[in-house]
Ligand binder design. Sequence first.
Ligand code: NAD
Length: 504
Amino acid sequence: MTVLVNPKALSDQKPRDFKMLIDGQWVGSAESSALIERVAPSHGVVVSRYQSGSKVDAERAIAAARRAFDTGPWPRMTAAERSAVLLKAADLIAERSEELAYLDAIEAGKPIAQVRGEIAGSVDIWRYAAALARDLHGESYNTLGDVTLGVVLREAIGVVSIITPWNFPFLIVGQKLPFALAAGCTAVVKPSEMTSGSTIVLGEILLEAGVPAGVVNIVTGTGPEVGALLTSHPEVDMISFTGSTGVGKLTMTNAAQTLKKVSLELGGKNPQIVFPDADLDAFIDAAVFGAYFNAGECCNAGSRLILHKSIASDVVARIAELAKSVKVGDPLDSTTQVGAIITPQHLDKIAGYVAGAKRAGAEVAHGGETLDLGMGQFMAPTILSHVTPAMAVAREEVFGPVLSVLTFDTTAEAIEIANSIDYGLSAGVWSRDFDTCLTIGRRVRAGTVWMNTFMDGASELPFGGYKQSGLGRELGRHAVEDYTETKTLNMHIGSRTGWWMPRG
Ligand code: NAD
């Protein structure tokens, strides 16, 4: 039996109203007085109301960002000055972390203890970006002969559209915006229409930290209305998008019309490959964490276990035993480990994958059902055994607390199963044998491979996907460079001769 933490009715049910940030002003939509209402997935009541931004609002925001880039102070400041603003922002995020954590927990249904960790991680990323800002530099070539000096400049790329999903609302904008700002770019940010609150509070924080008007603009609204304009507008130089692979492809198509630079962080279906010599106690814990963290609504979810046949039935039984003690329920209770599912429609989709897997021959080793906690929508942590590589549940992103278990005999077979799908975001390998870990680490096509751990991260370590999991990398020491253009200054020393006049 899964331990439930029943949601308590919210004492203050008055929704919080949010405006949009355009050119340093807090504004409503220019065209629509309709509001987007966010119903808390855990409590079933409206908790936030955002402006229903339109194409006109998005155009105004892009124009403000363009002006701020072309003629404003931000790209012309010293890196030390920009860095100081980013450090101040990090301090203010830390000061307002409880408010931010509450917003993400109630709007996304995420456990509050987990979100506190995400906000702390975000503070670290803002500080890291502040440090990188001061180290952004180009190259010089003093090796091109007596008459030539070459200097390679790194220039801020310009106006960046930043589009984010609902599953890590505050963390993901923090993987993009501080690096864009560090480089000297200006931005228009569009958060998910389901979880815009914490991004809008970030706008308040950035103004207070000293970011000039127009440098960061935040437009709320839907993808087809606001997002589509942000990905196609000719005055936008770059798009940094995190979301589904389908919308990522659309983003690239839109961007192609004006050849914008595109950075994409997309879906995943991440395998954990487990060998019989692994520390199974450590792995069982990591398997439960990897599958059920953020209710499995996580691009990095370890949703595919690829177990050596000799250990499979024992491992499945032990994971099922541990899964029984996972606390599902009220995200505002700090003991909760698995919160609510983002929408009723998404819960139906998850349940549909489980039903489809059962019809295809998979067996439910634990969970498998939706949970009625009196309010909101919840799903039991689920384990499906006897899954085969061809099943949809083994190949597609379920984005829920559903773990699929596959088996292998040989290392080559494990690698083949791991690489047999369209995604390549991350993977895990568990073995006490160094050679086994390195072989898997080198052969599995994924942007991150964890060895004897899962879903650890650090601001210093690049993150992103192979194949249809994305394009480009976030974090790491090159993160600021991603928001730059490269310019060559080719300088001639002395009078130039050569074509009509003989050299010398
Ligand atoms: P989504 O693609 O539906 O939406 C993401 C964002 O794109 C939202 O802000 C949405 O409004 C916007 N959007 C929707 N249609 C658009 C359009 N036509 N043009 C421009 N923008 C549009 O994704 P989601 O459901 O919010 O998030 C879940 C997905 O995000 C999953 O696939 C998950 O794997 C992925 N994700 C990836 C990472 C990563 O780092 N690789 C991290 C988190 C989430």
